[in-house]
Design a protein around this ligand. Structure first.
Ligand SMILES: NC(=O)C1=CN([C@@H]2O[C@H](COP(=O)(O)OP(=O)(O)OC[C@H]3O[C@@H](n4cnc5c(N)ncnc54)[C@H](O)[C@@H]3O)[C@@H](O)[C@H]2O)C=CC1
Ligand SMILES: O=C(O)[C@@H]1CCC=N1
Length: 267
C-alpha cells in the first residue's frame, strides 16, 4: 500500500513523520513537493523519495493532498489524468469540498476530506474525516488509519467541516495565543520570562490532563479554582468585562466563514 503526500509544508511533513512513527515503511511513501530545497530537506531528514506529482498519482494507492486551498485546482488538474477508479484521494485542505475535488477527477476515484491539526506532530492530533460520494467503508477506514497514526480521528458529516476547521483545525493557534498572553502578563508582573513560561506551560498541560482524566465539565473545574472573594474571581470578572467569551465566539465564527469562503471563487 503506497501513500503519496503532495505538498510537504507544515502539515504535509506532520503527516509524513506521523506515518513513519506509526511504522509505515519509508519505501511505501512518496512525496510530491514543488519547492526544490524543501524536497531535498525532507529526503535528508526522512530518507523519503520525492517524485513529480504525476508520478505520485501514478504509483500511489492513496494520494494525500496537503497543498493550500488556493493551489488545489492546479494540483487536481495536473494529477487527474493519472488517477483511476479504486484509488483514494484524501484532502487535508481547509474549505475545499469533496464535490470540488470529485468534479475535477475521473469518475469513481474515492475522495475523503480531512481536517487535521498540528498537535499531530506529537501524536496528539485531532482529525475529523468526511466521506465523498464514491467512498465505501474501506476508503473511510484507510483515511482513518492514515490519520490515526498522529492522534484521534472522528467521523463527521461534511456539512460540519467548516465548523470543525474553526474549532480543532485553527484551535491550537487560539491556545498558543492564550499561552503567549499569559507569559507576557507574568513578565509584566515582574517574573523572569523563563519562570513565567514554565509556570504557564505546566499549567496548560496540567489543566488539559485534568479535563481529560476527570471527564468533568470545564465549568466545574473552573469553579473549583474559584474561591469566594478570591483571586480567580477577580481575574474572571475582568475576562467577562473584556468580553473574552464573546470574542471567542466571533473569532470562531470568522474562522468558519473563512473556511466556507476558501473554496468560493476557485470554481
Ligand atoms: N497548518 C495547519 O495547522 C493546518 C493546515 N491545514 C491545511 O493543510 C494545507 C497545507 O497547509 P500548510 O502545511 O500549513 O501550508 P504550507 O505552505 O506549509 O505547505 C504547503 C506546501 O505545498 C507545496 N506546494 C504548493 N503547490 C504545490 C504543487 N503544485 N505541487 C506540490 N507541492 C506544492 C508548497 O511548496 C508547500 O511546501 C492547507 O490546505 C491547510 O488548509 C489543515 C489543518 C491545519
Ligand atoms: O489557517 C488555516 O487556514 C489552516 C486551516 C486550519 C489551520 N490552519
Amino acid at each position: 500500500m503506497t501513500v503519496a503526500i503532495i505538498g510537504a509544508g507544515v502539515m504535509g511533513e506532520t503527516l509524513l513523520s506521523g506515518l513513519l512513527r506509526a511504522g509505515r515503511r519509508v519505501d511505501d511513501l512518496l512525496v510530491g513537493e514543488k519547492r526544490r530545497e524543501r524536497a531535498i530537506e525532507l529526503t535528508e531528514r526522512y530518507g523519503v523519495t520525492v517524485v513529480s506529482n504525476v508520478e505520485a498519482a501514478d504509483k500511489a494507492d492513496t494520494v494525500a493532498l496537503v497543498v493550500k486551498p488556493q493551489d488545489m485546482h492546479d494540483v487536481l488538474t495536473e494529477i487527474a489524468p493519472h488517477l483511476r477508479p479504486g484509488q483514494l484521494v484524501v484532502s487535508l485542505a481547509a474549505g475545499i469540498t469533496t464535490s470540488f475535488i470529485e468534479s475535477r477527477l475521473p469518475e469513481g476515484v474515492a475522495v475523503v476530506r480531512v481536517m487535521p491539526n498540528t498537535p499531530a506532530l506529537v501524536d496528539e492530533g485531532m482529525a475529523a474525516i468526511s466521506r465523498g460520494s464514491h467512498c465505501d467503508e474501506s476508503h473511510l477506514q484507510e483515511a482513518e488509519s492514515l490519520m490515526a497514526s498522529t492522534g484521534r480521528v472522528l467521523r463527521v458529516p461534511e456539512r460540519q467541516q467548516d465548523a470543525v476547521t474553526a474549532i480543532s483545525g485553527s484551535g491550537p493557534a487560539y491556545l498558543f495565543f492564550v499561552v503567549e498572553s499569559m507569559i507576557e502578563a507574568g513578565v509584566h508582573l515582574g517574573l523572569p520570562r523563563g519562570t513565567a513560561s514554565e509556570l504557564v506551560l505546566q499549567t496548560v498541560v496540567g489543566s488539559a490532563k485534568l479535563l481529560r482524566e476527570t471527564g468533568e465539565h470545564p465549568t466545574v473545574l473552573r469553579e473549583r479554582v474559584t474561591s469566594p472573594g478570591g483571586t480567580t474571581a477577580a481575574a474572571v470578572r475582568e475576562l467577562e468585562d473584556h468580553k473574552v467569551r464573546a470574542a471567542f465566539l466571533s473569532a470562531i465564527e470568522a474562522a468558519r466563514d473563512r473556511s466556507r469562503a476558501l473554496a468560493e471563487g476557485l470554481d
